[in-house]
Design a protein around this ligand. Structure first.
Ligand SMILES: Cc1cc2nc3c(=O)[nH]c(=O)nc-3n(C[C@H](O)[C@H](O)[C@H](O)COP(=O)(O)OP(=O)(O)OC[C@H]3O[C@@H](n4cnc5c(N)ncnc54)[C@H](O)[C@@H]3O)c2cc1C
Length: 422
């Protein structure tokens, strides 16, 4: 394929931003379409936990997890819940979700695919952030997993063995070493795992916005509207359709996150994509900050000290994309945060706490869709990154730029085929 003259990227979340970054650097003319302000609250990329977890290679489901389905339906405030009224709509996705991780060989295959996407991600992000003028937003100090006990960690031994097989290394911390690293942590946590190769982002929304500013400074255009479809003639893309009319182009990238499904269909692919809604609570001006971004295995939350304050993020809620948020979920996160760090004041005034709900764009097998569309090779899918969209965006951007220029992709794309659901 000849080098494209004009690429239109639909969506300016972190996936669209990283794709634009790579294309602009390759000397390609880029237009971004985004209804909101890049990196703002409408995007999942605004409020995530900031983990650059190159070791997050396991799918969200696991063998035997099907036994928990009644609990997901019965406990609307549990860490994973499905809204009753949405259950029939979500059922096909849920069946694929369970069956994609039915056996450990399946989980290992997913881990191989994800590892190929995530390996070196903290380094790639540092390079992008430096070039965009915000190197301070990316930290490469590793990430911490905190467990109540060594036994709790060992219950998950199979998952850690799969990570090890993929080359992930870690350090184990006993109670004393954990307290020395995190003196403010509640002492009920007595075992830790530190993964040094990983990193974190101190403000994912600002990072996304900085990448967009960078590409604009290099000549990319940003148009505030919604993309609605494509004009394809004899298999070749002629234009992206928007609420403000057509934009002529010879390549397009679907990077619309949780809202990508209709655009994927317009490009000829019926993909399995659901919204796994997640929440965060941020305490501004916290009395102290934990040293390490930390995931707590028992309550399944991530705590990260960010530019805006101390953020706690988590929860998975399967519900319609535009259904109203259930703020009790974010309040549960806030309460977890207070119990994890006893030094935080109990009587925080509401104006010091900000709550947010975001939409993870999730495929049932935990692998994103990256590849050419069936309806036209000129349209590239780049969404469905679920829980690993921030960390996975750096290599996704490189792959998108390679595909758009007709270059061989730097890793095999079969695991990410948008056609795998058909
Ligand atoms: C609580 C929570 C915690 C998380 N923690 C982490 C983490 O620690 N590490 C990690 O790697 N990932 C994490 N994630 C996941 C990560 O945030 C997402 O996978 C990632 O942000 C997805 O990026 P995106 O660009 O695909 O989508 P988005 O960021 O949602 O961006 C999509 C953009 O497309 C735009 N758009 C939609 N429709 C159209 C249209 N028709 N036309 C034009 N534009 C359109 C939207 O306005 C939006 O700005 C977390 C997610 C949540 C919710």
């Amino acid at each position: 394929m000849p080098k494209p003259e004009h690429v239109v990227i639909i969506g300016a979340g972190i996936i669209g931003a990283a794709s634009a970054y790579q294309l602009v650097r390759a000397g390609v003319q880029v237009t971004l379409i985004e209804p909101g302000r890049p990196g703002d609250e409408q995007a999942s990329s605004y409020g995530n936990a900031g983990w650059l977890s190159s070791h997050s290679v396991l799918p969200p489901a696991s063998p035997g997890i099907w036994m928990q389905v009644p609990k997901w339906l019965a406990d609307p405030l549990g860490p994973l819940a499905v809204r009753w009224k949405y259950f029939p709509r979500a059922l096909p996705w849920l069946i694929r979700y369970l069956s994609a991780a039915w056996t450990y060989p399946q989980v290992e295959r997913t881990a191989q695919g994800l590892r190929s996407l995530l390996r070196d991600a903290p380094i790639l992000h540092k390079q992008m952030a430096s070039e965009a003028g915000v190197p301070e937003l990316i930290e490469q100090r590793g990430l911490l997993h905190a467990f109540l006990s060594r036994e709790e960690f060992e219950k998950d031994a199979r998952a850690w063995a799969i990570r090890k097989k993929e080359g992930v290394q870690w350090q184990e911390l006993d109670a004393q070493a954990l307290q020395a690293l995190e003196p403010d942590l509640d002492p009920r946590y007595t075992f830790g795992v530190l993964v040094p190769e990983t990193g974190s982002c101190r403000n994912p929304g600002a990072y996304t916005a900085a990448l967009i500013r960078y590409v604009q400074s290099k000549g990319a255009t940003l148009i505030h509207t919604h993309a609605t479809g494509f004009r394809i003639e004899a298999g070749r893309l002629k234009a992206v359709l928007t609420k403000q009319g057509e934009i002529l182009c010879d390549r397009a990238v679907i990077a619309a996150g949780a809202r990508a499904k209709a655009l994927a269909l317009a490009a000829g692919d019926a993909v399995s994509l659901e919204t796994e809604r997640g929440y965060h609570a941020v305490i501004n001006n916290p009395e102290f900050s934990p040293r390490m971004p930390t995931m707590f295995a028992d309550c399944k939350v991530i705590v990260n000290a960010m530019e805006q304050g101390l953020r706690v993020a988590g929860q998975v809620e399967i519900a319609a994309t535009d259904d109203t948020p259930d703020w009790r979920r974010a309040e549960i996160l806030r309460d977890h945060l207070l119990s994890l760090y006893p030094g935080l004041p109990r009587d925080l005034p509401t104006e010091r706490i900000k709550l947010w709900m975001g939409r993870r764009p999730s495929t049932p097998d935990g692998l994103p869709c990256i590849g050419e569309a069936r309806g036209s090779r000129d349209i590239i899918h780049a969404y469905g990154h679920g829980h690993v969209g921030l960390v996975g965006s750096a290599r996704t951007g490189r792959l998108v730029a390679q595909l758009a220029q007709g270059l061989p992709p730097e890793i095999p794309l079969k695991p990410f085929s948008p056609q795998r659901f058909q």
